[in-house]
Design a protein around this ligand. Sequence first.
Ligand code: KG4
Ligand code: ZN
Length: 337
Amino acid sequence: MYVLGIETSCDETGVAIFHSEQGLISHCLHSQIAIHAEYGGVVPELASRDHIRKLIPLIKSTLKDSTLTSQDINGIAYTSGPGLIGALLVGAATARSLAWTWQVPAIAVHHMEGHLLAPMLEENPPPYPFVALLVSGGHTLLVEVSAIGCYKILGESLDDAAGEAFDKTAKMLSLGYPGGPYLSKLAEKGTPNRFKFPRPMTDRPGLDFSFSGLKTFTKNTLFSTPQSDQDKADIALAFQQAVADTLTIKCKRALEQTQLTRLVIAGGVSANTQIRASLKAMTDKKNAKLFFPRLEFCTDNGAMIAYAGCQRLLTGHQEPLVIEGRPRWPINELNAP
Ligand code: KG4
Ligand code: ZN
């Protein structure tokens, strides 16, 4: 079964074709970074308009790369939420209209389920069950995954998502957008242990997160320090180290609580080298195994949506013919296919 996947939930237009037996066939991505950079963050209306401009040409080039034609496609998967409503509706309207024209089923995919399943696109995919840490611009979730669609939320952020904290801290340091990659680049030049930032909510039991206090701590440190380039790099490193330690402490706790020995990390922030290294050291020590997607599939992409949609379409899943976006959509509302 060939499934065309469409991702338009935020600021990347992603398209891919996944085959149920052969795996990923082709994928294309258009990033809107250049459009939003001058505003320092995503402008929702500009995002929707750009998806409209880029989606159809991207579908055409993904088909061309695959050497398939529209007649080979057996189903269309699209991100229906969570995300920006205008951006979601572009993907939903395009996917449903194409599916109607091509006489194939379309399926609404949960964006975070896409992220969670992204490591399944790799050579050694994680067997179920596992614990998943999903860290993106909008979400920080610890999930116990017993099978596709069987998700128990173990913990989540009570305020800012990890990626949001990276982006806001980067802004304070006058870095570019999106902040995560810029901040981590600057942190490479930082002096280890010059500042010690708090590890929020690690001194009490539970698996929830809170990053807004850490952001304020960073702000206060920044305004009580001279702010040379080196000072900024030292602060960036202290912030990143605090996030990495906090995520690692909570993941260790989640593995112990569930008695599971496999940890998956996914979502944009999982591209962070220091966070990956810290989680790898923890899982190695515990004889547990860490899984993550290749770098380009950590951030938003069409491949993860095509994969997730394909798994559900294979079971014969059918949906009403409605064009709908769900800006908010808790992942534990999903069911097994
Ligand atoms: O998953 P994603 O592409 O989009 C959402 O679903 O939100 O995640 C984007 C987030 C942004 O906040 C971005 O700054 C962050 O992932 N990010 C990083 C890195 N690369 C992307 N954060 C820290 N370090 C990175 N290397
Ligand atoms: Zn995402």
